[in-house]
Design a binder for this molecule. Structure first.
Ligand SMILES: NC(=O)C1=CN([C@@H]2O[C@H](COP(=O)(O)OP(=O)(O)OC[C@H]3O[C@@H](n4cnc5c(N)ncnc54)[C@H](O)[C@@H]3O)[C@@H](O)[C@H]2O)C=CC1
Ligand SMILES: O=C(O)[C@@H]1CCC=N1
Length: 270
């Protein structure tokens, strides 16, 4: 059975570990590294999995999943380069960082797969997009698709689309959380107790998401079905249009894509 080590067990690293455990992976086939000892101890306690150092992880694991912030990649690559063998698959979850950066810094021939997941991985509902680097063969992409398929949906994309994917689905959950937060505030504005407003909005979000996924209908059709002539919804839609919410989303997601590209450029000459 494949042994997987997560290098950098923060929010997304923990989401992956917990998702893989929930999907039935054996705890003794999972490892992690974490620079903060208290965090490491807490994760071992919570999940019954072993924290270790990068050299041990590289020696024991078949798959090394890099989950540090893009800004922290340099010291990690310096540690990893002498430790990683040609038979090990390196999977990067880092926003913006191209596979070419890893290929430059790791021994020749090490296969690298770039992935953009998202945090709903923690409930088995991740959306992950995967792209292979120069030395990644179909068997590596199949292995990564299988791993991430156990914690959500997987799509293969050309690496040139990964910055856009990062802006759409990588950051995407944050936009929905932001919307829910704002809608709960609207409930407060209208005098509804916070706990009730929270239940109303979260269940509406879950219901709408399930319809989007399961009905096969276009979002426009679903929205039109809620929008009665001279009714309440159209009054709200008029305000959303007046305040440029659609344009704001287009600009926001474009800005996120630009930042992903910039994170990659910051490491271009390393
Ligand atoms: N949070 C999210 O929604 C998503 C994050 N990502 C990517 O995942 C990566 C991690 O993001 P988060 O989990 O949000 O960040 P985070 O800051 O929560 O986690 C990073 C972890 O790495 C540890 N770390 C840093 N350098 C280390 C080293 N040399 N050795 C061992 N541990 C080290 C830190 O202590 C921290 O716990 C980033 O590259 C981000 O772009 C990708 C998709 C979604
Ligand atoms: O905000 C970030 O940079 C990371 C990448 C995608 C989601 N969170």
């Amino acid at each position: 059975m494949t042994t997987i080590a997560v290098l950098g067990a923060g929010k997304i690293g923990e989401a992956l570990l917990s998702g893989l455990l929930q999907a039935g992976r054996a705890p003794d086939r999972l490892l992690f590294t974490e620079r903060h000892p208290e965090r490491s101890a807490e994760l071992s306690r919570r999940y019954g999995i072993r924290g270790t150092d990068v050299a041990t992880a590289a020696a024991e694991a078949d798959v090394l999943v890099v989950a540090v912030k893009p800004q922290d990649i340099e010291p990690l690559l310096t540690e990893l380069a002498p430790a990683v063998g040609p038979g090990t698959l390196v999977v990067s979850l880092c926003a913006g960082l191209p596979t070419a950066l890893f290929e430059r810094r790791l021994p020749e021939g090490v296969p690298v797969v770039r992935v953009m997941p998202n945090t709903p991985m923690v409930v088995g509902e991740a959306m992950s997009a995967i792209s292979g680097g120069r030395h990644a063969g179909p068997e590596h992409l199949t292995l990564v698709a299988e791993l991430l398929g156990s914690v959500g949906k997987v799509v293969r994309v050309p690496e040139s689309q990964q910055d856009a994917v990062t802006a759409l689905s990588g950051s995407g959950p944050a936009y929905f959380f932001y919307l829910v937060e704002a809608m709960i505030d609207a409930g407060i504005l209208l005098g509804i107790p916070r706990a009730v407003a929270t239940d109303l909005i979260i269940q509406s979000a879950v219901g709408a998401a399930t319809m989007l996924r399961d009905s096969g209908e276009h979002p426009v059709t679903l929205r039109e079905a809620v929008t009665s002539p001279a009714g309440t919804t159209i009054m709200a839609v008029r305000e959303l249009e007046r305040h440029g919410v659609r344009a704001a989303l287009l600009a926001a997601i474009e800005a996120a894509r630009d930042r992903s590209e910039e994170l990659g450029r910051e490491h271009e000459r390393d």
